[in-house]
Design a protein around this ligand. Structure first.
Ligand code: CA
Ligand code: CA
Length: 172
């Protein structure tokens, strides 16, 4: 990968986390993501599933801050993301993805409308409300169902998330 491609990918990953697009990642971005998912599926914040999504989002933010908020101001800037998170991601994307597990698990539970597991169609709606363009969301959601059984498991989504986040830095 050349450095231009690396920069482009890092910018895209940062934008995924910076949900409100104000130039830094903070707790608000994670609670906004939680609210968007709950609204899409008509789940109340007070319900068990709603509370699990908010708790997962908070844990995800705490994990992100612990890794990347170098100056401790409760904001992760693009520079902090690149030096903190991106390095950690490159070294061990699976371990990084673990900070997202409670959130992803709770989102799957909300998206699982018939109790049989989240479908690619439901995952498309999740990705779309989190800012993925509609057309791309469908393609990604279909790919998430790695074993093709029509349901997306926690492990499938976690490994896809690790792969998405684990951007290789170009050789110096
Ligand atoms: Ca933000
Ligand atoms: Ca900071």
């Amino acid at each position: 990968m050349d450095s231009a491609e690396y920069e482009r990918k890092i910018a895209a990953r940062f934008a995924t986390f910076d949900q409100d697009g104000n130039g830094y990642i903070d707790r608000e971005d994670f609670s906004a993501a939680a609210k968007a998912v709950l609204a899409e599926f008509g789940t109340t914040a007070r319900s068990d599933k709603g509370q699990a999504v908010f708790a997962g989002a908070e844990a995800f933010w705490q994990g992100m801050a612990g890794i990347a908020d170098v100056d401790g101001d409760q904001r992760v800037t693009r520079e902090e993301y690149i030096t903190g998170a991106a390095k950690r991601l490159r070294d061990n994307p699976e371990r990084f993805a673990e900070i997202a597990r409670p959130f992803l698990r709770a989102v799957i539970a909300v998206a699982d409308e018939d109790g049989g597991g989240a479908t690619p169609a439901a995952a498309t709606r999740v990705l779309h409300v989190l800012g993925t363009p509609a057309k791309l969301a469908g393609v990604v959601a279909t790919a998430l169902d790695g074993d093709g059984d029509g349901r997306i498991s926690e492990d499938e989504i976690l490994s896809a998330f690790a792969a998405y986040c684990g951007v290789e830095a170009p050789d110096a």
